[in-house]
Write a protein that binds this ligand. Structure first.
Ligand code: GLU
Length: 277
């Protein structure tokens, strides 16, 4: 069985990096006689736009990709994410956090802390809001919830492994290398880490094909799968498409937008060549 997915956020135009990721996943699914799913990562409703979503369908179709419909929208899944958060809350693994980004930067760069450490989500959370004992009572709403990663790792009976190169993640290292990640965002219900793990499981994704920029985050995803008793898919982190200065492409790189190439009369075959497929 081979089921993979491409999960763009409709917050800007797709660029060459997206084209590479989507075409690679589509090619691999086709070679394995499997399924390629498209999923719309529109959790951040303040930045998601239906125009961008329409452009995603249009660009991917132009590239020659197809997928089963209807596609899953993460914005329709909030009750599901809430029930998983409630499960983790009841295990004493979450706590509310009211720190802003600048609070975190300030606390992490306090003189006694040394140079701030960085993890998959940026500066590692210095633990300002982390309680000594797990909070009790009903799970609070409309607040960010963080995973107490040390407590979560302690609750695991056996080592964490994930199967890209048979790598073993040592849970004792995660508090220092990853930190207490956010699983519920204040105005979004869930964070990317939580939603991606639940959706991959619910859609029975067997192979996650995505960029190397997410390789570090995969440790968080494997940990969540273990905490939630979910199967860990195979992960393939592909090389990143970079601009002429070696920088990873971002949404704002309009020059590399698929739409720009289309407007200049490039063909899907040209795009394949450009990304080295
Ligand atoms: N929406 C996420 C992104 O575009 C998906 C990442 C993933 O494939 O897990 O970065």
């Amino acid at each position: 069985m081979f089921i993979t997915r491409f999960a763009p956020s409709p917050t800007g135009p797709l660029h060459l990096g997206h084209a590479f990721s989507a075409m690679l996943g589509h090619d691999m699914a086709r070679a394995a006689n499997g399924t390629f799913l498209l999923r719309i990562d529109d959790l951040d409703q303040s930045r998601s736009r239906t125009e961008w979503e329409a452009q995603i369908y249009d660009d991917l179709t132009w590239l020659g990709l197809s997928w089963p419909v209807p596609v899953l929208h993460q914005s329709t899944r909030l009750p599901r994410y809430q029930s998983v958060l409630k499960f983790l809350w009841d295990q004493g693994l979450l706590y509310p956090c009211s720190c802003s980004r600048s609070d975190i930067r300030a606390a992490a760069s306090a003189p006694q802390e040394g140079a701030p450490l960085h993890g998959p989500d940026g500066v590692i959370y210095p633990g300002t809001c982390r309680p000594r004992t797990p909070p009790t009572g009903p799970m609070p709403r409309d607040t960010a919830l963080r995973l107490d990663i040390a407590r979560a790792c302690k609750s695991l009976a056996t080592p964490l492994t994930y199967n890209e190169k048979g790598e073993i993640i040592t849970p004792q290292n995660l508090p220092a290398t990853v930190g207490d990640v956010v699983l519920a965002r204040r105005n979004m219900g869930a964070s990317y880490h939580l939603s991606v793990v639940i959706d991959d499981a619910d859609q029975q994704i067997t192979h996650v094909i995505r960029g190397q920029d997410l390789q570090e985050a995969t440790q968080i995803h494997v940990l969540l799968q273990r905490l939630l008793g979910l199967h860990t898919p195979a992960y393939h982190h592909h090389r990143l498409i970079r601009d002429d200065h070696g920088k990873r492409l971002a949404k704002r790189d309009d020059a590399r937008a698929i739409a720009t190439y289309r407007a200049e009369a490039a063909s899907p075959q040209d795009i394949r060549k450009l990304v080295g497929l």
